[in-house]
Design a binder for this molecule. Structure first.
Ligand code: IPM
Ligand code: MG
Length: 370
């Protein structure tokens, strides 16, 4: 199993190092190969997604990604900015289906900005289409307006577009995911205003005919943003486009107390995936050893489950994370009175210890039995 490891920028290197520690202790036949991406790659090779990094990602069975970006690159021309690395990987690997679970761990209910009763037991899955929409639509650019409110003025424009097959495939992903959960899908659109999202709604409705066992409802994106903070537990699977998904997934993540806890998976039609924490590179805390590595560690677990067919190993990681939280260990982003504040490395070490400990106790049990 070949894993491309792309730590990237900011806290990316610190948190990926912890995930690698965890992967190594599992004692599975992994081959890990690391490459630079984002600002780090720009500094070293003059491009955020060098050919060699892309090739490594394309040849690997899965990609473990940290984060990219730093304010210091904001003045670079767009094609050289760190964000282009992740957008390029999504495009070149065809990673159209982005899974962003928002789960509120019982121990962290009080870390949420919402009242505990609104988020206790929250378990939402946002499925964001990741290679279309206004993110990738052409044409885009700057020009002199020939019409509109100010003909002759300088203007900028992007193109929002979705083709039928793009909507169909993400709708199938959502309905199939819902079948493994509580069989409810909310499709989020802006059909009241946008042609693209009237089409989205129509196509999702058509695909739904193949999934009579799954309940589908439609919600406008502004209302969805409101419902997410009003009654988040009413949602189960949410499927939406690239732009709305970007916004709503950050909102949903924060309901759980910390975006530092949430993993994500981006898959293509061959189930090959890129796994990354839902949060960014957090340059403000980079190098301080305080970042929460759990989102990345949980992303590694998703990788084992979705792309490497190692569901047992994934379960071991997830149980270890729960055990560490239950033991009261907290990085500063999830710390509260009465819990033990730890740094990035200590948190990673604790997860490793929990995995090793559980292996040891299973072995003991087996020995006792025999
Ligand atoms: C995300 C990020 C990216 C996005 C950026 C870094 C390009 O915000 O993964 O949600 O907008 O998709
Ligand atoms: Mg985002």
């Amino acid at each position: 199993m070949k894993i491309a490891v792309l730590p990237g920028d900011g806290i990316g290197t610190e948190i990926v190092a912890e995930a690698i520690k965890v992967l190594k202790v599992l004692d599975l036949p992994f081959e890990l190969e690391e490459a630079k991406v984002g600002g780090a790659a720009y500094e070293a090779y003059g491009h955020p997604l060098p050919e060699a990094t892309l090739k490594l990602a394309q040849d690997a069975d899965a990609v473990l990604f940290g984060a990219v970006g730093d304010w210091k690159y904001d003045k670079l021309e767009r094609s050289l900015r760190p964000e282009q690395a992740i957008l390029g990987l999504r495009k070149h690997l065809g990673l159209f289906a982005n899974f962003r679970p928002a789960i509120c761990y019982p121990e962290l209910t009080h870390a949420s900005s919402l009242k505990p009763e609104l988020v206790a037991g929250l378990d939402i899955l946002i499925i964001r289409e990741l290679t279309g929409d206004i993110y990738f639509g052409q044409p885009r650019g700057r020009r002199v307006a020939v019409d509109g409110h100010f003909p002759g003025a300088e203007e900028a424009f992007d193109t929002m577009r979705y083709s039928r097959p793009e909507i169909e495939r993400i709708a199938h992903v959502a309905f199939q995911a819902a079948r493994k959960r509580s069989k409810r899908v909310t499709s989020v659109d802006k059909a009241n205003v946008l042609e693209t999202f009237q089409f989205w709604k129509d196509v999702v409705t058509e695909v739904h005919a193949q999934y009579p066992d799954v309940e589908l409802d439609h919600m406008y994106v502004d209302n969805a943003a409101m419902q997410l903070v009003k009654a988040p537990k009413k949602f189960d699977v949410v499927v939406t486009g690239n732009m709305f998904g970007d916004i709503l997934s950050d909102e949903a993540a924060m309901l759980t107390g910390s975006i530092g806890m949430l993993p994500s998976a981006s898959l293509n039609s061959a189930n090959k995936g890129l796994y990354e924490p839902s949060h960014g590179s957090a340059p403000d805390i980079a190098g301080k050893g305080v970042a929460n590595p759990l989102a990345t560690i949980l992303s590694a677990a998703m990788m084992l489950k979705f792309s490497l067919q190692q569901a047992d190993a994934a379960d071991r990681i997830e149980s270890a994370v729960s055990a560490v939280l239950a033991a009261g260990l907290r990085t500063p982003d999830i710390w509260s009175e009465g819990t033990q504040k730890v740094g990035t490395r200590e948190m990673g070490d604790a997860v490793v210890a929990a995995i090793v400990g559980s292996t040891a106790s299973t072995t003991t049990k087996t020995i006792t039995k025999s």
